[in-house]
Design a protein around this ligand. Structure first.
Ligand code: ADP
Length: 151
């Protein structure tokens, strides 16, 4: 009786999100540490691959920044080596993964977050995470074919 009651308390929507270990994270050997944090947190990995992003895909992924002065640098960087593309599933996974990553600028990222612990530069900040259900859907479709994701 009580168990049934408690099981609905604080229930959050199950979401899928797109997470990425950027080329600096892969080059620096942080892949295992970041996957470890994801597993310890309890998110399910429903898609995972080492991936060299084609330039066109990178430009589409960061399309909202196309007018920014750092856009060219951002696309050069994200295509500078393989990334680890990850599809995550879990309760509140979109905001939860962003909270594990920490603030975009590592100078503002709290200790204990991935960027707070491992990054010093806003340009090379180790990880990416979708910021809304719409961008999660768009980015998952951009990086994974349907057959690459677990049902
Ligand atoms: P987030 O990755 O936290 O969602 P944004 O969507 O604002 O952050 O930016 C996308 C990426 O663009 C950032 O992760 C960072 O690598 C890069 N970026 C953002 N702002 C700057 C900047 N001022 N100079 C250089 N790179 C930046």
């Amino acid at each position: 009786m009580l168990a049934g009651k408690y099981s609905t308390l604080g229930a959050m929507p199950t979401e899928r999100t797109f997470a990425m270990i950027k080329p600096d994270g892969v080059r620096r050997g942080l892949t295992a540490e970041i996957l470890r944090r994801i597993e310890l947190k309890g998110y399910r990995t429903v898609g995972l691959k080492l991936y060299q992003i084609p330039r066109e895909t990178a430009e589409s992924h960061y399309g909202e920044h196309s007018a920014k002065p750092f856009f060219g640098e951002l696309v050069d960087f994200i295509t500078s080596g393989p990334v680890v593309a990850i599809a995550l599933e879990g309760e509140n996974a979109i905001a939860g993964w962003r909270s594990m990553m920490g603030a975009t600028n590592p100078a503002n990222a709290a200790p204990g977050t991935i960027r707070g612990d491992f990054a010093t530069s806003v340009g090379e900040n180790v990880t990416h995470g979708s910021d809304s259900p719409e961008s999660a859907q768009r980015e998952l479709a951009l990086f994974f074919a349907e057959g690459e994701l677990l049902k």
